[in-house]
Design a binder for this molecule. Structure first.
Ligand SMILES: [Zn+2]
Length: 119
């Protein structure tokens, strides 16, 4: 399997996510300082601040997945499902280059993490 294109995209993603995250954390800190300085509407400041951090957390998760995918490229296991080692659909990798599971197992995992309906 030719991973060159995926490798380049993952490296770009890693760089982009890292700098985006640093910006988010920095803007969160600035808001903290602003709030302390002028004691404006603290509730609004708190809200936008926590949104920034949630976004940063999302980035952290994606960044970890991107880095794991880069390790799989090094190991030669990129494009293989972590559960059964089966091939991950190339269309899926084009859309989500850090995909770690085949479509079937991704669906199973998503179903498992979804809260179950209580009857
Ligand atoms: Zn699988």
């Amino acid at each position: 399997m030719d991973v060159t294109g995926y490798r380049e995209r993952l490296i770009e993603l890693e760089a982009g996510l890292s700098s985006h995250m640093r910006r988010n954390v920095a803007s969160g800190r600035e808001q903290l300082l602003d709030t302390a300085a002028d004691a404006g509407d603290a509730s609004i400041a708190d809200e936008s601040e926590s949104e920034d951090f949630t976004e940063a957390e999302l980035d952290t998760t994606t960044l970890q997945q991107v880095q794991a995918a880069l390790r799989r490229i090094e190991n030669g296991t990129y494009g293989q499902c972590l559960v059964d080692g089966g091939p991950i659909d190339s269309k899926r990798l084009d859309a989500v280059p850090w995909a770690a599971y085949c479509t079937r197992h991704q669906k199973l995992l998503e179903a498992a993490s979804r809260p179950k309906p209580t009857l």
